[in-house]
Design a protein around this ligand. Structure first.
Ligand SMILES: [Zn+2]
Ligand SMILES: [Zn+2]
Length: 249
């Protein structure tokens, strides 16, 4: 969409009654959802695995996956369950230029990840490969990270990590294959070393699928000298093993 067309939409938005972000219903305030769409979203709530944030049936110190192999990151949290309703927000946000959805998503993420935001020294997005970012014109994780940093008054560090290899969608792959695909996909950003030394980084992504991407990024940051890494996503797949239809970029 051209800048002129976007500007046109902004102008129209300013004179027309505000609409729900995901349907045609009128709402009281720009950038919100109607009651029906809001009610359709599944907000993740305790009990969650303290490490990876996966919903649990009852409170426990770990989920089974974390007990077998604890993640490199300290904690991961997400605002929403990644279901049909969440897809109506996230797919247009990610692929169809609906960048205005970032505000609503970041508000939900700030609530779900309040403690992670409070303890973060730096806020960084999971990077896209430059070719993909060039084609899409924005990194959806970067839009979320920038808004979260502004809300929390923390430094936004968009170039802590680089994606140096394009990767195929991970959705259909098993854990070992994911790890293989992601090996060498990320590297520390230029001059990022001194910035992260001894600091706690909050890494932001749009969708947490298997956690393999978050894990790969966390390892790079920790190897590079970061004290700790937390993960905050807009939505997560509750049990990645039960869902093979998803793709992670
Ligand atoms: Zn609606
Ligand atoms: Zn866990």
């Amino acid at each position: 969409m051209s800048i002129l067309a976007r500007l046109g939409i902004r102008l129209l938005d300013a004179v027309l009654p505000p609409h729900c972000l995901t349907c045609e219903a009128e709402v009281g305030e720009q950038g919100t959802l109607c009651e029906a769409c809001h009610g359709g979203l599944a907000f993740l709530a305790e009990p969650l695995c303290p490490h990876c944030g996966v919903p649990l049936a009852k409170p426990a110190p770990f989920c089974l996956t974390c007990e077998m192999q604890p993640p490199a990151f300290s904690a991961a949290r997400a605002a929403l369950r990644y279901d049909d309703a969440a897809q109506r927000l996230l797919l247009p946000f990610k692929y169809a230029d609906r960048t205005e959805l970032a505000g609503f998503l970041a508000r939900q993420m700030a609530a779900a990840g309040a403690s992670l935001l409070a303890r973060a020294d730096l806020i960084a997005p999971v990077p896209l490969h430059w070719r993909r970012q060039f084609a899409r014109r924005y990194n959806q994780a970067g839009l979320l990270a920038a808004r979260l940093a502004r809300r929390a008054r923390k430094p936004y560090a968009p170039r802590l990590l680089r994606r140096i290899r394009r990767t195929i969608p991970l959705g259909e792959l098993g854990a070992d294959e994911r790890e293989e695909v992601l090996r060498g996909a990320f590297a520390l950003g230029f001059r990022a070393g001194p910035r992260i030394a001894g600091r706690r980084v909050l890494l932001v992504d749009d969708i947490l699928t298997s956690g393999a991407t978050a894990e790969a990024c966390a390892r790079i940051l920790l190897d590079g000298g970061a004290a700790a890494v937390d993960i905050l996503a807009a939505a997560r797949v509750p049990d990645p093993r039960s869902d093979s239809a998803l793709t992670a970029a």
